[in-house]
Design a binder for this molecule. Sequence first.
Ligand code: GCU
Length: 605
Amino acid sequence: MRLNDLTYMKQLIAILLVFATSVAAQADETRKVPLLGNVINRQTTSLNGEWNYIVDVQECGYYGYRREKIRNGFFRNDKPRQPEDLIEYDFDKADKMQIPSDWNTWNQRLFFYEGTVWFKRSFNYQPKAGRRTLLYFGAVNYEAIVFVNGREVGQHVGGFTPFNFDVTDLLREGENFVIVKVDNKRSRENVPTLIFDWWNYGGITRDVMLVDVPQNYIENYSLQLQSLEGRLLSFNLKLNQPEAGQQVMLAIPELKIKKTVTTDDKGCASINMKAKPQLWSPEHPKRYRVEMTLNGETLIDSIGFRKIETKGKQLLLNGTPIFLKGISIHEEKPMGGGRANSTADAHILLSWAKELGCNFVRLAHYPHNEFMVREAERMGLMVWSEIPVYWTIDWTNPSTFDNASQQLNDMIRRDQNRANVIIWSIANETPHSAERDNFLSRLSKMAHDLDNTRLVSMAMEVLSAANYHNRLQDNMNQYVDVISFNQYIGWYRDVKDAPKMTWEIPYDKPVIVSEFGGGAKYGLHGAPNQRWTEEFQENLYKENTAMLDKIDGLAGTTPWILKDFRSPRRLLTDVQDYYNRKGLYSDKGEKKKAFYVLKQWYEGK
Ligand code: GCU
């Protein structure tokens, strides 16, 4: 071959390589697909279990020494081919972590760690003709960059909502590997932002799975009781492909319903139908087997039907006024801290709430794992579900708003068929400002547009009055269906003021006291005025429950909080030791004296 032919060939190969890389890069952008609904009832292969992990404090597996993105990063899982090859990482020799979990409690050396950790899992795969395979994450805190067989498939920000990618054409017969760059560093523009009163547990904190679906599959759906009187059910469904003429059969055998819907050119279909279901309620948490069949494949769900609405200051469940006997809960394992992530964790936490006499739980301050919501539905506990728009969010940052709205969308899309979810909360204790109102009013509209069968609220802040008269004033009152606020008489203000306090909530809407409480170290005893004793907390609960009985239009409360939880803001040695001690249970599942005060008060409700 003549020299100039050789040069020409080299140039051609170089151009082709650049083109292939750029196509590959563009292709990578398109692999994130809309969230799959009802994943746990689909055909899945779990990728839970042992993952190798590498702690990468300076992200050298992703950036070069000039902070430029590198092409031969850790995501390639390279191995030396020649004796002289330089590769400064090896996943197969790295430590292992049981996924799902958080690295803070898995490895004591990572207790305080905030930064990047790489995770790698190999798995075998047998392609199936005519099928698609999605890679689904229940949650990764906080930012995830995901690679399959060395190719980036996409990114996700937000530590508490699921996400999935279509990885069909990247998988090969036999061994494959998935690598995730997880970074839990806090930052101003994040949601939540730089400061928050819970532990910043990092990692792949919820289930990971491959989901086997047909080329054209049921992406998501909603089945709701639209009207109580007419007992009208509405069913809306969306396929992943905008294909008209696809027929889906909806069956609810126990209600003798069998209807076929046909998709339009967007791949969507809907139908209203009359039915007389037994209504879901805390006393009778009835759910129905629902079958959706497309091209011979049936997706099953269990769905309850109920109506939640307001009438002036009343909260009506199935047309009857109800008082929400609640408790707030963080997503932490019942004993010893760390992210809760299983039905077993959920069952223990929710059993504690039931023992307290609750019919309602505030899953603070972010969407909890799907097992928690489904277990609460089975056990007859209504749910307040919340996105972590918490304290001092970067209200004027468009990417912050996009992040918050994505988290709101994904929270609603995941749990829109859970009858027990009655309130979507868009914020917690946010300082008043026009920028905040603009940000939150748009989120409130979005929540109402996405789901007209639930109520929208947010935990407001009452600016404690110098005298004893508290008038709640918040511009956001017009954008929420339920007025909720946090107050800490007895903890951040003298408990002796409680009997003198009067509360004015000048809005004709139901009122929830979304937080009250105080800290106590389990087993520490003394006089009721001695802070941190169980007696102090017990007295605080006595005074607060008496005070709440005087609030006009009180429709419920979710005291802060079921159990002690880890927080980097609670530093008092021998008392807090990085735990917020406002729990009615200790971090070892021991009941404090205040537990019995609230239990007795609820018995009288
Ligand atoms: C706030 C906040 C909670 C926090 C609590 C406390 O109300 O909403 O997240 O833990 O106060 O001070 O303990």
